[in-house]
Design a binder for this molecule. Structure first.
Ligand SMILES: *Cc1c(COP(=O)(O)O)cnc(C)c1O
Length: 448
């Protein structure tokens, strides 16, 4: 059931087809290079793109912009304590700033970090410390058709293998990402979190939860995990998060805000070490790169994320888009996860080899057909890995409606109808850092 109505609107428009054709060509067949005003339905990311509530906008006005000791920080701190259960909060400008603070404090060269799946910025921050990010994904996770309630779980079997191979002394950090963003937003069970917490304790590692989508994850737990059917999202969220020694959070996800992030922990000594690094990279520990007003909006957003109704409606939107696509025979990753629908580009364009970037071809076709912007998460974004060729349609929070999703599904169906005519893409220019190439690289249609 929807628990909100619109009070302020933003005009969007669908440029005529010939303008879209020109725009995508000018963008070097990379939708990151498009002007947002040329996009009709923007599903590039759910990060910071959602709609704030009137209570969040109202809270902005009372932002305390004091450099030190701002009351806005106190309000953020209480929200984190109430919703997530951690007394020490170190704010940061966004999630990756928090990752830099925490992983820069915990990791050194030659260390190994374990994670169910490292999200891109997490992987980059671990690597930036000279440490080795190792994924411990359960076997069915990458398979778009494997069924399972908690395909985002951390594989303890894999974790133990790595411990025997490298020795526990080299593993100071074990991370669990909930929901598992890089594994199609699949949820993680509380049972798995509890087992990973015990495993981390056994090897004397700090157990970190990447809590970006903690409320979405908690919703899946109430729906699917035995023993939690009668619990609220708020109760599950606290129970699951409190199993960690520390959490990293992006306010742009389940903080329901446009910016911000933080590290939180119940370990005063770790908190102090993080504050020192935060001063260097983010700001004084009572603002950490956020304006006072942004801390206010985030404090309200965190509480709204676990209010009854909010997250149920959000997950229902994801399911609505998926079923509209399935009704038009567009192949999607199942079961659908928390924040996005993933299209199986390999199944859409079986005649294209992965070297021809079928996912990126699909992304371009979605824009060309209907002004819809998604993002490729396959061989273009992750060179040299054997990831499935997926296209992510991420849903901004409290922003779009069924009519938009119907347009997206019709657009994808139209792109599939022309599947035989599409040709592959090749890279024309790319930046030096291969891990970041999908943000700026330019492509062109394969010739001949
Ligand atoms: C978005 C995200 C981050 C990084 O947060 P930003 O606010 O984008 O810097 C880290 N981990 C996960 C799982 C995320 O989804």
């Amino acid at each position: 059931m929807v628990t909100y109505k619109a009070k302020m609107v933003e005009r969007i428009h669908l440029p005529p087809r010939e303008d879209r054709e020109r725009a995508i060509e000018d963008a070097g067949y990379n939708v990151f290079n498009l002007d947002a005003e040329d996009v009709f339905v923007d599903l590039l990311t759910d990060s910071g793109t959602g709609t704030m509530s009137q209570d969040q906008w109202a809270a902005l006005i009372r932002g305390d912009e004091s450099y030190a000791g701002a009351t806005s920080f106190d309000r953020l701190e209480s929200a984190v304590a109430d919703v997530m259960g951690f007394p020490h909060v170190i704010p940061a400008h966004q999630g990756r700033g928090a990752e830099n603070v925490l992983y820069g404090t915990l990791l050194e060269a030659d260390d190994v970090a374990l994670n169910n799946t490292h999200f891109d910025t997490t992987r980059a921050h671990v690597a930036n410390q000279g440490a080795d990010p190792v994924d411990c994904q359960i076997p069915g996770a990458p398979d778009p058709r494997a069924q399972g309630d908690f395909k985002g779980d951390f594989s303890l079997e894999r974790g133990r293998e790595v411990v025997s191979a490298v020795g526990e002394d080299r593993i100071p950090v074990v991370i669990q990402t909930i929901t598992n963003n890089s594994a199609a937003g699949q949820p993680v069970s509380v049972e798995n979190t509890r087992a990973v917490a015990e495993f981390a304790a056994e090897i004397d590692a700090t157990f970190v939860i990447d809590a970006c989508r903690f409320a979405e994850n908690a919703h899946f737990v109430t729906e699917r995990e035995s023993g939690y059917g009668g619990s609220t999202v708020a109760e599950v969220a606290r129970e699951q998060l409190e199993l960690a020694d520390a959490i990293v959070m992006s306010g742009k996800k389940d903080g329901l805000s446009n910016v911000g992030g933080f590290v939180a922990t119940d370990d005063p000594e770790l908190a102090d070490r993080c504050r020192q690094r935060a001063i260097l990279y983010e700001g004084f520990p009572t603002y950490g790169g956020m304006a006072g007003r942004d801390m206010e909006a985030l404090a309200v957003g965190l509480r709204e994320a676990v209010e009854p109704g909010y997250v149920e409606d959000r997950i229902a939107q994801v399911r609505t888009l998926a079923s509209l696509l399935e009704a038009r025979n567009v192949p999607v990753y199942t079961p659908t996860g928390g924040h996005a629908v993933y299209l199986d580009a390999e199944a859409c364009f079986p005649h294209l080899a992965s070297s021809a970037f079928p996912g990126q071809v699909l992304v371009c076709e979605l824009y060309r057909e209907g002004g819809v912007r998604g993002v490729e998460l396959g061989s273009f974004a992750f060179p040299g890995t054997d990831r499935p060729e997926l296209v992510r349609l991420a849903i901004p929070r409290r922003t779009y409606h069924r009519e938009h999703f119907e347009h997206v599904a019709d657009t994808a169906a139209a792109a599939l109808e022309r599947a035989d005519e599409v040709t592959g893409l090749e890279i024309r220019t790319e930046p030096e850092v291969a891990e970041l190439r999908h943000f700026t690289a330019e492509l062109e249609p394969v010739s001949g």
